[in-house]
Design a protein around this ligand. Structure first.
Ligand code: GAP
Length: 512
């Protein structure tokens, strides 16, 4: 099965088991907008809690806020979003489909990279243990040819990005014969700039209504509250402000499920620091955030840094943490050294002084900022795509299991009476009533025990607890582990501590 086929199956699985639904589905959906179902919302909340607690509890100098989506329109002029938050778009004249020119080129480069990696894999297979990858890359004619093509296009693309040369974007697309996937032709329009912000109006339409924007990032809500938090919280630099909230972007290339949405959620933290210390803090936050990811146990090899060659208008250093999604390594989180661009501009546009008096330095300055910014939905996709597995069991049967890190799993334990009679449901319900204060549990009595196990595997429940006739006499139940499928007989009174050991979020946090 190709990664693409597997991804389609994952999307269908997310719908079938109540994780993610296309928005407004009974009206044929709305592009790049998705709703979270009963399982999805639990997973999402657990991810948010892991992030929030890691930020605000483990760091005594980081506090949280919750600012509004609607903000004064001048904020977006100050932040540069009105002028510079644009995507370069290109239309295919035959299919009338619109694309992001930079994404077309990036995908083209990605395909070359894939070809090179396939050659390397072949080499590894052929030469076995003594395979020297560096030497192979330096000498294999196929790899060298593809690498030269990559370097040439990549070099042109970088220069075009740095110079905002959109005519060159188009020329690269034509020279590389990048065709529209729908029409198959290379009949392209010019590249045009398109602002990503959604706008609406506030106030009465006839008199005094003004255009406002749905925020395209949560960060600005933090910047404009900097003084409030610093003063009321008596915060001393260095300190951080964290926020989780919705953001909106009128994405043109809306695909890959919840990877690129028009309405999505961000978890952002702005860390306010002394000017001149930003690169040191940038390094620290890179390490800190990578640790947070790897701590989930989804394989360190599935993450990598991608340092930005083209910096955003506000940054003097930037990197992405990329995750190995089913469609390749793509951005999961951004870490940016934003200098004093935002606070400085808000000072200019609002006319209010935004400075910090540093008692150690005995002087005032506008703080610099290092930001960490991760999309909740991308994190959900990373977790689900890594978790999804189709396994063949010893008896030849197959099962689909979501090996979600246990502390993030939507349901932690399922309580299952073996049969629907003889007092077993009553005992199972009692166990459920006891456990439900500590864990999100499900009680299920319909269908055979095997079918119930499969259903729980498919939503990633780490533990199934089966109550049988012996349980009535010996006070014990069978506990089954999702990943190993091993079963053990345990005392009912020990259930809470057995489950807690694996699912308690604090155990994850303690490892950070
Ligand atoms: N405040 C900085 C900022 O917003 P960004 O790189 O544009 O930076 C940060 O976005 C993160 O937000 C990304 O790494 C990604 O996880 C998430 N994100 C951005 N656009 C998104 C979209 N259209 N759909 C889902 N997540 C998105």
């Amino acid at each position: 099965m190709t990664q693409e086929e597997l991804f389609k199956i994952l999307v269908a699985h997310c719908k079938e088991y109540g994780f993610i639904f296309p928005s407004s589905e009974i009206y044929d959906g709305l592009g790049a907008v998705y709703d979270y179902g009963q399982m999805g919302v639990e997973l999402k909340n657990n991810i948010k809690q892991y992030w929030w607690n890691a930020m605000t509890r483990l760091n005594e100098n980081i506090v949280g806020i919750d600012s509004c989506i609607f903000m004064h329109p001048k904020i977006w002029e100050a932040s540069g979003h009105v002028g510079a938050f644009n995507d370069p778009l290109i239309d295919n004249k035959d299919s009338k489909k619109r694309y992001r020119a930079d994404v077309l080129i990036e995908d083209f480069l990605g395909k070359i990279e894939e070809k090179i990696n396939k050659e390397v894999q072949k080499g590894r297979k052929k030469f076995g243990e003594g395979f020297d990858e560096a030497q192979f890359r330096a000498t294999n004619p196929n790899v060298l040819r593809e690498q030269a093509k990559y370097d040439q296009v990549h070099g042109r693309f970088l220069k075009a990005q740095q110079e905002n040369d959109f005519a060159e974007y188009r020329q690269i697309i034509i020279d590389c014969n990048i065709v529209c996937p729908i029409s198959g032709t290379c009949n392209w329009t010019e590249v045009r700039q398109f602002n990503l912000m959604f706008s609406t109006s506030i106030g009465s339409t006839s008199d005094g209504a003004s255009t406002i924007y749905l925020r395209p990032e949560t960060a600005q809500g933090i910047f404009v509250n900097y003084l409030n938090v610093q003063k009321t919280g008596r915060m001393k630099i260095p300190f951080g402000i964290a926020q989780i909230g919705k953001a909106f972007r009128n994405e043109i290339v809306a695909r890959q499920f919840i990877f690129r949405m028009r309405e999505f959620e961000q978890m952002e933290m702005q860390f306010f620091i002394k000017p001149g210390t930003e690169l040191e803090w940038f390094k620290k936050w890179k390490e800190n955030r990578m640790k947070w990811h790897v701590n989930l146990g989804m394989g360190a090899e599935n993450y990598r840094f991608h340092d930005h060659e083209k910096l955003a208008h506000y940054a003097n250093a930037a990197t992405d943490i990329e995750f190995n999604f089913p469609f390749g390594f793509k951005e999961l989180e951004g870490i940016h050294s934003r200098t004093n661009f935002d606070l400085g501009n808000h000072q200019k546009f609002s006319g209010k002084k935004i400075e910090y008096f540093d008692p150690e330095e005995n002087k005032s300055y506008t703080p610099f900022v290092v930001e960490t910014s991760i999309g909740v939905d991308r994190m959900v996709l990373a977790v689900l795509s890594h978790a999804y597995k189709e396994e063949t069991l010893d008896n030849g049967e197959t099962r689909v299991v979501l090996s979600i890190p246990a502390p993030l799993a939507p349901v932690k334990a399922a309580v299952l009476p073996l049969v629907k009679k003889d007092g077993l449901p009553e005992l199972a319900q009692k166990i459920m009533d006891d456990l439900k204060y500590d864990f999100n549990c499900q009680y299920e009595e319909k269908d055979s025990i095997g079918k119930r196990y499969r259903r729980q595997d498919a939503i990633g429940t780490p533990f199934c607890i089966t109550v049988d006739h012996d349980s009535l006499n010996d006070g014990c139940v069978t506990i089954r582990h999702r990943d190993s499928m091993e079963q053990a007989r345990v005392k009912i009174e020990d259930l809470r501590s057995i489950i807690d050991k694996e699912v308690n979020l604090n155990n994850l946090l303690r490892n950070l």
